[in-house]
Design a protein around this ligand. Structure first.
Ligand code: TRP
Ligand code: CA
Ligand code: ZN
Length: 317
């Protein structure tokens, strides 16, 4: 899988070799490199997502133990993600804002092509709290949407709609970065957003599977993916103001997303359907120094990453 994916990307880069590579790879994968639109998302390799988490952990360690707004660990996180996106052919931009006497940064990445009048936007906050490295909150979704974006590039995905990704600064002081983005977006551009999908904490060590209940059409795409895998989901009802979908929702953009739980305690009933430990928080290291690369449930990270890719492919095809 990994090998064929590399060949395909190399083939795309050289152009002339695309047909040859498609022939070598067989019809299914080859067709994606040449024909517009493929409605089936690839499997997102969880090992690659975890490798990004390890990098974010190292960035925190090298910068005083966190990746918080205003500190060097945050800017280094932006540089890491941006480097991967630039190398994969995304058009990136860094939007600066100011909060609490420090400069904040939103990283925005556009995948060239698709109808810009119908844009599907996907976001995750990249900052941590000062207390720790923020690997589950929110390295987890930052890494998952990065790997999804890289999969878009590897597959040579040509969606009908335009794809935009964002990594928000300073969520932890109250969705500051995403609010700045929405506030400074021209009304005409805001109207072009068909959907905003938000992902915040998707690898909780004692995980639940929560789907935002804001927009039925978006909610259904996620619920269907989990139902097909026989994984129970619950509706996330407490999250309305708690992450970066809030400013989009307030501006009238349809929003959706996934969440694996934070400081709330898992009930007996939830432990029965999801496994894990009843009576303990979904994430005992929420906003704490122990939110490290060890504070991740790999299965939850894998499931949620694959669900994100599936939703993006379906909603933009
Ligand atoms: N970053 C969010 C916060 O610190 C995480 C969170 C908690 C969340 N509960 C949520 C995100 C519900 C989405 C939905 O508050
Ligand atoms: Ca996977
Ligand atoms: Zn948080």
């Amino acid at each position: 899988m990994t090998r064929s994916v590399r060949i395909r990307r190399a083939a795309l880069a050289t152009g002339a070799c695309t047909a040859l590579a498609a022939g070598l790879l067989g019809t299914a994968s080859g067709a994606q490199a040449t024909a517009p639109t493929a409605a089936t998302a690839p499997d997102i390799p969880v090992a690659a997502v975890k490798a990004h988490l390890q990098q974010l952990q190292s960035i925190a360690e090298a910068n005083g133990g966190n990746r918080a707004h205003g500190g060097p660990g945050y800017k280094a996180s932006v540089d890491y993600i941006k480097g991967k996106l630039d190398a994969a052919g995304f058009t990136t931009s860094v939007q600066e804002f100011s909060h609490g006497g420090s400069t904040g940064y939103n990283l925005v990445a556009d995948w060239p092509g698709g109808s810009a009048d119908h844009t599907v936007m996907t976001g995750a906050h990249l900052d941590s709290v000062k207390a720790g490295p923020g690997v589950n909150d929110n390295g987890s979704a930052s890494a998952a949407i990065l790997e999804t974006a890289l999969a878009v590039s590897r597959e040579g995905f040509k969606p009908a709609k335009h794809l935009r990704f964002a990594w928000w600064g300073d969520e932890e002081d109250g969705t500051v970065g995403s609010r700045h983005y929405v506030d400074t977006l021209a009304a005409a551009d805001r109207a072009k957003l068909d959907a905003y999908l938000n992902f915040d904490m998707i690898g909780s060590p004692n995980p639940g599977y929560f789907v935002y209940d804001d927009e039925p059409r978006l909610e259904k795409v996620f619920k269907d993916w989990f139902a097909a895998k026989n994984i129970a989901t619950e509706i996330e009802t407490e999250g309305d103001g708690r992450s970066d979908h809030a400013p989009f929702k307030e501006a009238g953009v349809p929003v959706g997303g996934l969440f694996s739980g934070a400081e709330r305690v898992k009930t007996d009933e939830q432990a029965k359907k999801w496994g894990g430990t009843a009576g303990k928080p979904f994430d005992p290291c929420y906003h704490a120094a122990c939110d490290t690369a060890r504070n991740i449930d790999e299965t939850a990270l894998d499931n949620n990453s694959d669900a994100i890719a599936d939703a993006l492919w379906k909603l933009s095809s």
